[in-house]
Design a protein around this ligand. Structure first.
Ligand SMILES: Cc1ncc(COP(=O)(O)O)c(C=O)c1O
Length: 346
């Protein structure tokens, strides 16, 4: 199979994005973001979020999370997050290393934090023997493909702000969430009290490039220094900027995320005929979490690559991307049929 279902970062770069990179590949411009292309890209963000936001580009999603979160923390402070959060599971302890701060991971059944889940972990405030919670980090869409509704986010931000905490959103897949919710980015970030956003692009057709967006200028004060220390300040910034400029033009991002979400839904519908495959999460974006007989998963993995998600419970992750097609889904269905027959599951 030319395309498979391992991750939305296994896909390539959308040709329009490549064209945008090519188009700015001429002459000399000043480095480190002091150029016209970066200015234009920031204006695109300001159109989405309002003129009062501060926008900084980074190379990586991990880089956006780590530098964004670290920029508002003292080392004795802590970050509350879901146990499944990328910052907790998949960033090799980078937040802890870079900020010196502790993460407080909370178990969830669907990747979403709630005030009820957070509350028991907000304790020992003012007690010098305990790290002091300062940031709550949520992921949209979650690592389990579920999507926070604006009201769910508002409950968390209200609760946080009453306690002088800040809310960070890891939006590596924010475009998939916006398409699912069918509302502007702003309606489930700035408008509901999110303070800092890691805005993703790589998983939705960019070559590389993410942005840290601050919704309160006061919080952005130290960020430029932290980004540089965090090795996320691109000297040839125009090539990240050009990608984002193209990404926002004519809501191009929307077509890409819409495709990924729709194909994921199609795959979810098509696997309904297999009684031995069970979805463990609602399909709200571009990922499926499926429980399969282990022997079937292994047989499929001999042919195509996908990740084990929860090995002890035989749960696997299938992701769709901006370029996944219905034909890819049909090839996957045929493969499942063939392997399942061979294993006498059907
Ligand atoms: C939820 C989430 N956040 C952040 C990232 C950042 O990834 P990277 O540092 O690989 O760009 C990822 C990538 O898998 C992710 O899934």
């Amino acid at each position: 199979m030319e395309r498979f279902f391992a991750s939305d970062n296994c896909s390539g770069v959308h040709p329009e994005i490549l064209k945008a990179i090519e188009a700015v590949n001429k002459g000399h411009v000043v480095g480190y973001g002091d150029d016209i292309y970066t200015k234009k890209a920031i204006e695109q963000f300001q159109k989405e979020f309002g003129e009062d936001v501060d926008v900084f580009f980074t190379f990586l999603g991990t880089g956006a999370n780590v530098t964004g979160i670290s920029s508002v923390l003292n080392p004795y402070q802590a970050v509350i997050c879901a146990e499944s959060a990328h910052i907790n599971e998949d960033e090799c302890g980078a937040v802890e290393r870079f900020s010196g701060s502790k993460l407080i991971p909370i178990e969830t059944h669907n990747g979403k934090l709630t005030v009820e889940l957070i509350e028991p972990h907000y304790k020992a405030i003012g007690f010098e023997h305990h790290a002091q919670p300062k940031v709550i980090s949520i992921t949209q869409t979650t690592e389990l493909g579920t999507v926070y509704r604006p009201g769910e986010i508002k409950k968390i931000t209200d609760w946080a702000h009453q306690r002088n905490l800040l809310v960070h959103m890891d939006g590596a897949r924010i475009a998939n969430a916006a398409v699912f919710l069918n509302i502007p980015f702003k309606a489930f970030t700035k408008d509901v009290g999110v303070d800092i956003l890691s805005f993703g692009g790589t998983k939705n057709g960019l070559m590389y490039g993410e942005a840290v967006v601050f919704f309160n200028s006061h919080l952005a004060q130290n960020y430029k220094y932290i980004r540089k220390q965090g090795m996320q300040l691109a000297s040839k910034m125009r090539f990240i900027a050009a990608q984002f400029d193209a990404y926002f033009k004519n809501t191009f991002w929307q077509n890409l995320a819409k495709n990924a979400n729709e194909v994921a839904q199609y795959l979810a519908d098509e696997i309904k005929v297999f009684p031995f495959i069970e979805l463990t999460q609602k399909v709200e974006s571009n990922g499926l979490f499926v429980k399969l007989p282990k022997e079937l998963a292994e047989a499929l993995q001999e042919e195509i690559f996908f990740y084990d998600w929860d090995e002890s419970n035989n749960v696997y992750r299938w992701m769709c991307s901006w370029d996944t097609t219905k034909d890819d889904v049909q090839s996957m269905i045929r493969l499942i049929q063939q392997k399942a027959k061979h294993l006498q599951l059907i």
